[in-house]
Design a protein. Structure first.
Length: 232
């Protein structure tokens, strides 16, 4: 993934009218040809973006989960600047075309809270399972991913998972019924969706900027007052 996913013209998958068997592609899209063993597995894409902060928490949760699921899941894991997880299918970055192919071929998408990655997943017909980066853990410079993902989660545009338990529940649900994480992919509505996400992003940016100003004001207000001779 180079500098976050950007919208392209790759074919989008559409949401099924009802549940489809685990690991089998939706009839509304034409995936790449899989061999027989691969076709029997659910295809999971995990993308953490290109941010230079490590995201070991998410990839550690993925490693724990994969030990239990084993061969039932086929993985593509874009781990960026985070250490490579001990799972198959791990790559540091995906170019634009490779990302489009991975999105189109996936049954489930797990990603960080990057707006472009979320938008691209939805464009391909996925309800992304989102684990936002937490600045208190050194995963980002501020909390804009958390604020953004929470607003989208409240609007039903993502499946928000901020704990190991929520992620495991979402993955278990997706493994049993991938259709639960499919949305209608309408190319004509992509511009409107992008505009809606941009509006949410602007709200989050404003909230982050306001919080930063408040922190700066408190730092100034809280400084000890000294007289002309430097005494408090």
């Amino acid at each position: 993934m180079n500098g976050e996913a950007s919208a392209g013209t790759a074919p989008a998958r559409t949401a099924p009218h009802g549940p489809h068997p685990v690991g089998r592609p939706d009839p509304g899209r034409v995936p790449r040809q899989r061999d027989r063993a691969e076709a029997a597995r659910l295809q999971l894409l995990v993308a953490v973006g290109t941010d230079r902060h490590p995201f070991d928490r998410l990839l550690g949760w993925l490693e724990e989960w994969h030990v239990e699921t084993g061969d039932r899941v086929g993985l593509t894991v874009q781990h960026g600047h985070t250490r490579a997880p001990a799972v198959p299918g791990a790559v540091p970055f995906l170019g634009h075309d490779a990302l489009q192919a991975a999105m189109a071929d996936a049954d489930l998408v797990v990603c960080h809270g990057g707006p472009a990655t979320i938008l691209e997943a939805r464009r391909h017909g996925h309800l992304p399972i989102v684990v936002p980066r937490d600045p208190s853990r050194g995963e980002h410079v501020d909390d804009h991913q958390q604020l953004f993902a929470r607003r989208l989660g409240a609007a039903g545009m993502v499946a928000l998972c901020e704990s190991r338990e929520k992620l495991r529940r979402s993955l278990a649900t997706g493994l049993a019924d991938p259709a639960r994480f499919a949305v209608a992919a309408d190319a004509r509505g992509h511009d409107a969706q992008r505009a809606a996400v941009a509006r949410v992003g602007q709200i989050v940016d404003d909230l982050v900027a306001t919080a930063a100003r408040r922190r700066a004001w408190w730092r100034i207000w809280g400084r000890p007052v000294r007289d002309a001779e430097g005494h408090r």
